[in-house]
Design a protein around this ligand. Structure first.
Ligand SMILES: NC(=O)c1ccc[n+]([C@@H]2O[C@H](COP(=O)([O-])OP(=O)(O)OC[C@H]3O[C@@H](n4cnc5c(N)ncnc54)[C@H](OP(=O)(O)O)[C@@H]3O)[C@@H](O)[C@H]2O)c1
Length: 299
């Protein structure tokens, strides 16, 4: 399969390198990373130890083929710009897959791509961009693929097979939209709280005030999801949030890492989208609004 990874950062580089075992993969990313990949190959350290020779470009226009699969792995605030650029290399057969977090990526991609060609990938693998050419695989996780619409089963099956053949343990997800919301609910407390208080994930359960805040945010975000039509229970999202905190106890969240690197955060795609939808549905969005203002203030 011909695959283009648009956004060769942490997770895009990890998946791209694994997929390159059995597929023709081209990475699109920033100059230093692209130059190092082309000169020395792409090295994965940590839970996976591999080094692959992969082709990388800075610009999509330098790619000479139409990919069968385009994986979008930019941060959600870059999705619209990235997919606009990608229009020139995709055709009516290209599957466009978002591997991102946040609640607004599919909406942004749908402006330029037929929804029947869009797939969603949710992964709990963890990856960290160490330096140009080197990615740390921080945690082995599970991956599922699904679609918002209902006519994509063959495309989903094809991608699941390709991922499994490349050692990315993957299954079909028939309820992916709901799982995308559950991930956003989990992230709606962990990401902004760890960023504002500049702490490891574990501290959210160690400090009783923060533990209470996690519970209240989870409750508010779940109520928005429920009003938006998902049959999600607060007891389940709270259990999931605590599981994620335990499993990633020693980690600094991706939002805190972005802040420390002086980069933008994905707050608008997570809490921002929850507030936007919540307000339309007449839900209480007070805590999510405070989180947005707090993160924007310190960013
Ligand atoms: N890392 C993980 O473990 C993980 C796991 C699951 C899901 N995710 C989700 O996956 C998405 C990506 O996360 P990440 O951690 O991999 O982020 P990341 O390391 O910042 O990777 C994104 C890369 O894409 C580059 N980029 C942005 N626009 C581009 C464009 N138009 N052309 C070429 N390159 C472009 C960025 O460069 P600049 O930084 O210079 O803009 C950056 O190097 C996020 O939504 C995240 O929440 C991440």
């Amino acid at each position: 399969m011909n695959i283009v990874i648009l956004g060769a950062g942490a997770i895009g580089s990890l998946f791209g390198s694994l997929l390159s075992k059995n597929n023709n993969v081209v990475m699109v990313g920033r100059k230093d990373h692209v130059d190092t990949i082309n000169k020395k190959g792409l090295e994965i350290q940590g839970k996976t130890k591999i080094k692959y020779k992969i082709q990388a470009f800075e610009q999509l226009k330098d790619i000479s083929f139409k990919p069968d699969l385009l994986i979008i792995s930019v941060k959600s605030y870059d999705t619209e710009k990235a997919i606009k650029q990608a229009k020139s290399i995709i055709n009516q057969n290209t599957i466009v897959m978002s591997i991102q977090n946040g609640l607004d990526n599919i909406e942004k991609i749908s402006k330029f791509v037929n929804p029947e060609n869009i797939l969603i990938c949710i992964t709990t693998h963890g990856a960290f961009f160490s330096k140009p050419g080197v990615i740390i695989h921080t945690g082995i996780g599970k991956t599922t693929i699904g679609a918002c619409g209902g006519k994509n089963i063959q495309k989903i099956q094809k991608c699941v097979k390709i991922f499994n053949n490349s050692d990315i343990k993957t299954s079909i997800n028939t309820n992916i939209k709901q799982d995308m919301w559950i991930k956003a609910i989990v992230n709606s407390s962990i990401n902004p709280l760890t960023t504002f208080f500049q702490c490891k994930n574990s501290y959210l359960l160690e400090n009783p005030i923060l533990k209470n805040l996690v519970e209240q945010i989870c409750l508010e975000s779940t109520k928005i999801a429920r009003k938006n039509g998902f049959s999600i229970e607060t007891s389940d999202t709270l259990k999931k949030t605590k599981e994620v905190i335990y499993d990633t106890a020693d980690n600094y969240s991706s939002m805190l890492q972005s802040l420390q690197k002086g980069k933008k955060t994905e707050i608008d795609s997570i809490n921002g989208k929850l507030v936007e939808i919540g307000k339309k549905l007449d839900c209480n969005t007070f805590l999510n609004e405070i989180l947005i203002h707090s993160i924007k203030m310190i960013s």
